[in-house]
Every structure is written in C-alpha cells, then in structure tokens.
Design a protein. Structure first.
Length: 201
C-alpha cells in the first residue's frame, strides 16, 4: 500500500533582523546548519539555495532543520517577495527535490577541523574548548529559534570572537544579545573572558 504524502505546510516567521525572514515547513529539510552567504558555495552544495539565489532579491540562504532563513537585498520590500518565495519553497519541498547534497556536512566539518586545529593548539586550548562548549550548549539553541546561528571563531587575550549567521548576521538586536547575554554568561563561567565581539557571517 502506498503511503500518502502529507501536504507540505509552510508559514513565515519574523526574525529580529528586518532583512531576514524565516520560512518554516513541517518537513525536515536538513539535519544541521547550512549557511550560504554567497552563490558559489550554494552552487557547490545546495540545489535549493542555488535556486533561491536565482531571485534577484535574495542575498543569503540559511537552511537548518525544518526552516529556511532568507536574507534579502536591502532595497526590496518583503511585501513584494514573501508570497513568491513562499510558493517557490513550498513547491520545491513538495516535489521532494534535493535540498543539500550528500557530503556537505563532512566537507564543512573538515574545513572547521582544520581551523580548530590551529585554534586549539597553544596554552588556551582547554579554555577554548570550554568556551566553545558553553556557546554550543546554551547560546546556539536560543539563536536557532530566531532563525540564525552562532559559531565560535577565536579566543585571544581575553577576547572571544564569534561569527553570526542566518538572521543574526547584520541584525541590530544581535549586538545587544551578544553583549548582555553571551558576554555576561561567559564572563561568569570563564573568568578569563573579558569581552565578546562578533564578526558578521
């Protein structure tokens, strides 16, 4: 007996960043986080992101679990773009087209491992591991609910640098979150931390 496909439901959610909108589906799109800030990476790894970059107003695509966060070009209005994007994503997911190519996670992990190898060597290795674990455990889940992502980048002379992705990239309120929430928590848990700064993903 053939199983009946449940229809794809899709709704939009505002994010704290006025330039990004979260398109939430009732299907698992990708277990993990896939951040495409430029078309070149999308073309290599994600047919869905590549297709979205085909719209003139799409500047960035972030795919995680059951949602897609789209960052728009500054000079366009969501009112004009929301429905076409919604229809497009809904049809794409309904047609069960490929979203992220196999091997993406491994490729990204290899790049990260290479970066981490340089970061973890040296006297701050243990501290860095602790900071990274705290961010992954406490900060990431909260940020993901807003359609974004945060990655630890480096720790040097008391300063933690993080990279903000998805809706958090370029978002006015993310700086507040960063300073009040994340910086406060890390200073409490890791006395060596003096400041948290961010780079936009």
């Amino acid at each position: 007996m053939e199983s009946v496909k449940s229809p794809v439901m899709l709704y939009t959610e505002q994010t704290p960043n006025p330039e990004t909108l979260k398109f939430v589906t009732n299907k698992m799109l990708y277990r993990g986080t896939a951040d495409f800030r430029e078309e070149a990476l999308a073309k290599e790894w994600s047919p869905l992101a590549t297709a979205l970059f085909g719209f003139p107003y799409v500047k960035g695509v972030y795919i995680c679990n059951n949602f897609v966060t789209v960052t728009k070009e500054f000079n366009y209005l969501w009112e004009d773009m929301m429905l076409p994007l919604k229809d497009f994503i809904k049809t794409y997911v309904s047609d069960e087209k490929e979203i992220i190519l196999t091997g993406f996670e491994e490729a990204m992990a290899a790049i990260e491992a290479e970066a981490n190898a340089a970061v973890y060597s040296g006297e701050d290795g243990e501290l860095i591991k602790k900071i990274k674990d705290l961010i992954d455990t406490y900060v990431k889940p909260a940020v993901e609910m807003d359609g974004g992502n945060i990655e630890f980048k480096s720790f040097h002379q008391g300063i933690v640098t993080v990279v903000l992705q998805g809706s958090c990239s370029g978002c006015p309120s993310s700086t507040v979150t960063l300073k009040s929430g994340i910086e406060g928590m890390l200073k409490r848990m890791v006395p060596e931390v003096q400041e948290v700064v961010s780079e936009m993903g």
